[in-house]
Design a protein around this ligand. Structure first.
Ligand code: BGC
Length: 785
């Protein structure tokens, strides 16, 4: 994309300077707007041509039967799929008697800009119809970060050098026809016309459609209101049908005259509220938005983003592409989580239908770390969603014969949606990932109320899961057998180190929470005796280690397996899962994505520096990065172990995952975890940021390419700025009470207005590490510089 001739590098925007239909679907993902509740893909205003039309409401899905050739006990019976809801962003245009369709006539110019400070997508183009009529079209689109249900479009048409008869049709469209997906036909069926009409309304400039999903029974209401300005003679008419509501605006414009249509769109959905209640809800949201009008919304959006960047911006000097990419990533991470409010943050956010719109552990381990230090209120909301889904997780645990709660591997509504149990049901680490995120959030914010009201219950139920899933052997050692860790090229393994260390953290955090809130814990039937059993399990946890190789085993016996034959694996055979049977991947040493290496980061205190370096080198030679969740973590540990050039290359890969479409699937939606991972690579990698209890530690070191890296963080009511050059790091407390940070192990006291600087120790040159053949970092390999 960015390497595509039509993309320009700019620090505060993503600019497409000409329309390239060959990357249309990718650009729709890159230009998607969302606030975590409503998401609009960057489809062209007129609806066509499109790659994949997409308007999403977080939590709205349809059910479909899950296919099994050989069914088994406990297999989920139905799957959930995000659906394309009523599209409120369509504005069709007729120029004299020809439809404005960029596949016809001549496109004289076309530019789209995603403005990361204003939070809008702007489009300007000039088109000459097949009959020779010229018009300029400008549109600005936003999904409000301040008014949760609102999307808005300001659309302008201006003839060039002639009189033109113009008709603008502003529409709400339900059950849009979607391109063939090529995926599971049963899921595809659920996606064709998923909405049953319930109400349609049009009067004056107002439109409304209410529908209901057929199987999941969710009611979706979308309404629009308009302000039309232009030359004196304008006619308007509105009409509605079951799947279409339309305002038609017609006028004759002279050259230079402008017809402007401002469209406000309100969205709502519910599984319980009645039809009249939903109609009222979206009408009320429109009335609230109309108070401010388009300009007011635009100002609020800017103010909201100014505030975000003031606490979250990352500056990279010396690398324009990474600078652009990290802001692009932060913007999309904010969009994914800002207003999700007790709903999941899906792997693709609300930018596409990839992964059926499901949320995974990506949220807790990749997205929430970023939001914890930049927009913590969104983290509390995301974790409250997990708490709200505890009933389903308890039911699932009981079904599996376990205690506590088994959170789903992939889901929209909290119920397990994975039809492949070796990498679904068995991936129990998701429980510990959620617990980890809770602990991180509470430590970074000091939010005691949350710790008591949400944290405690989730920690207790996840600790119970571990205690019942694992067992003490005859020597008393605690094992968790038959689970799948993050590396999906190993499954049903015993004592996966990542899982065991994360479970240990989970058990200890739960024990502490019960001891801290004994009264509240009683409500969940937890007491000192139970918490003592969690501590025993945590302390006796088996952490497999190979003393001959002096490395940890990803899971028991892993280093004994045959190594994958990388020399005979061709470059075009990656990702391996599409070219080799799982049975063979599972019994060989080959790693899909950071697993033990992720433990080196998330449970770093469990390893000494030498172990970290040896483990990293060992697993580096086996890791093929067939998941976009890997590069950023490899960047973090490469930086920690002094492999700064390698860390840089992995950072670039994580950062450019979508802007360069490195995995060739950006069309289905953005890789939100990888975008978040760019921040992790920079802040935890080159900044060396770690949290030890309630103290922040930094061990900064920059790669050669960067002359400066600066970032901001929120921590326990303070705003902190860190600025790193090749020679020194300085720490400034921008607001809040004095605090202590550590710089390369040494304490530094920070007081407001008194920056503290410390030298950055130099990094001795290390011999390069080996990667599997053909699997060197992509961006590093491909980039020309
Ligand atoms: C990865 C998982 C991840 C999922 C969604 C898979 O390819 O292996 O770890 O959760 O994608 O991003």
């Amino acid at each position: 994309m960015i390497t595509h001739r039509s993309y320009a590098v700019d620090p505060w925007s993503v600019r497409e300077t000409e329309l390239s239909l060959d990357v249309l679907a990718q650009s729709e993902s890159v230009f998607a707007l969302s606030n975590g509740h409503v998401g609009w893909r960057g489809n062209l205003d007129e609806g066509e041509p499109h790659g994949l039309p997409g308007s999403y409401l977080n939590g709205v899905y349809e059910l479909h039967p899950l296919p099994y050739a050989e069914a088994g006990y406990g297999y989920p019976e139905s799957g959930q799929t995000v659906i394309n809801v009523t599209n409120g962003k369509v504005l069709r245009l007729l120029v004299d008697d020809e439809p404005f369709d960029l596949r016809y006539g001549r496109l004289l110019s076309h530019e789209r800009v995603l403005d990361l400070r204003r939070g809008v997508l702007e489009r300007t183009c000039e088109w000459c119809s097949p009959a020779g009529t010229r018009v300029k079209v400008r549109s600005t689109r936003m999904i409000s970060l301040t008014q949760r249900s609102i999307g808005a479009v300001a659309y302008e048409v201006e003839p060039v050098g002639c009189h033109v008869r113009i008709v603008v049709q502003s529409e709400l469209v339900a059950n849009e026809q979607l391109p063939e997906s090529g995926g599971d036909p049963r899921a595809a069926l659920a996606l064709q016309s998923p909405l049953e009409p319930e109400e349609n309304f049009a009067s004056g400039h107002r439109l409304r459609l209410v529908h209901r999903t057929r199987r999941s029974g969710l009611r979706v209401a979308v309404a629009a209101d308009h302000v039309v300005t232009g030359p004196q003679h304008i006619t308007t008419a509105s009409e509605s049908h079951p799947d279409l509501a339309r305002l038609t605006v017609a006028s004759v414009l002279r050259s230079g005259q402008v017809l402007r249509v401002e469209k406000l769109v309100a969205h709502g959905w519910s599984g319980t509220r009645s039809l009249p209640a939903m109609s009222d809800q979206v009408d009320a949201a429109l009335a609230a938005a109309a108070l401010d009008g388009w300009e007011g919304l635009a100002q609020e959006q800017r103010a909201c983003l100014d505030d975000f960047w003031a606490r979250a911006d990352v500056e990279v000097d010396g690398d324009e592409e990474i600078q652009q990419a990290v802001r692009f990533g932060l913007f999309h991470v904010l969009q994914a989580g800002a207003r999700a409010e007790e709903r999941a943050i899906p792997a693709k956010g609300l930018t596409g239908s990839g992964y059926d719109g499901h949320a995974f552990w990506d949220t807790e381990m990749f997205v929430l770390p970023v939001l914890t230090y930049t927009a913590p209120e969104a983290v509390a909301e995301a974790l409250r969603w997990r708490q709200n889904t505890l009933p389903a997780a308890r039911e699932r645990a009981a079904q599996l014969g376990l205690r506590g709660a088994a959170f789903p591997w992939r889901t929209i509504d909290g119920r397990e949606g994975s039809a492949y149990w070796p990498a679904g049901t068995a991936a129990f680490h998701v429980d510990a990932d959620i617990a980890h995120a809770l602990v991180r959030y509470v430590a970074a914010t000091g939010d005691e109320e949350f710790a008591r009201d949400t944290g405690l219950e989730v920690l207790v139920e996840t600790a119970r899961l571990w205690r019942s899933l694992g067992h003490h052997d005859h020597r008393g050692t605690f094992h968790i057998d038959g689970v799948t860790g993050p590396d999906e090229y190993s499954a049903i393994a015993d004592d996966n180190v990542y899982t065991n260390l994360m479970a240990r953290g989970n058990l200890l955090a739960a024990a502490e929470a019960v001891e801290r809130y004994p009264e509240e814990a009683k409500r969940f039937g937890a007491d000192d005796e139970e918490s003592a059993s969690w501590r025993d399990a945590a302390e006796a946890m088996n952490i497999p280690y190979n003393p001959e190789l002096k490395v940890h085993e990803q899971s028991e016996g892993f280093t004994r397996y045959q190594r994958w034959d990388f020399a005979r694996t061709r470059a075009d055979q990656y990702p391996l899962l599409l070219h080799f049977p799982y049975f063979d991947l599972y019994r060989k040493q080959v790693v899909k994505q950071a697993d033990l290496v992720l433990a080196l980061y998330t449970c770093g205190h469990e390893f000494d520096e030498e172990q970290i370096a040896r483990n990293f080198a060992y697993y580096e030679a086996l890791t093929v990065r067939d998941s976009s969740l890997s590069a950023c973590i490899q960047a973090v540990i490469a930086a920690q172990t002094g492999h700064l050039r390698l860390a840089y290359d992995y950072t670039a890969e994580a950062a450019l995952m979508d802007l360069e479409d490195l995995e060739h699937n950006t069309r289905d939606g953005l890789h939100i975890a990888s975008l978040a991972g760019t921040w992790l690579a920079l802040v935890a990698g080159f900044g060396g940021a770690r949290r030890s209890g309630t103290v922040l530690e930094f061990s900064p070191r920059l790669p050669e390419r960067f002359s400066r890296l600066a970032f901001r963080l929120l921590f326990r009511g303070r705003r902190l700025a860190v600025e790193i050059t090749q020679e020194q790091a300085s720490y400034t407390l921008l607001s809040g009470a004095p605090m202590t940070v550590r710089h390369h192990g040494e304490e530094a006291e920070l007081k407001p207005g008194a920056p503290v600087s410390r030298p950055v120790p130099s990094q001795p040159h290390l011999p390069p590490l080996e990667q599997p053949l053909h699997r060197r970092p992509q961006a590093g390999r491909d980039r020309k510089r």
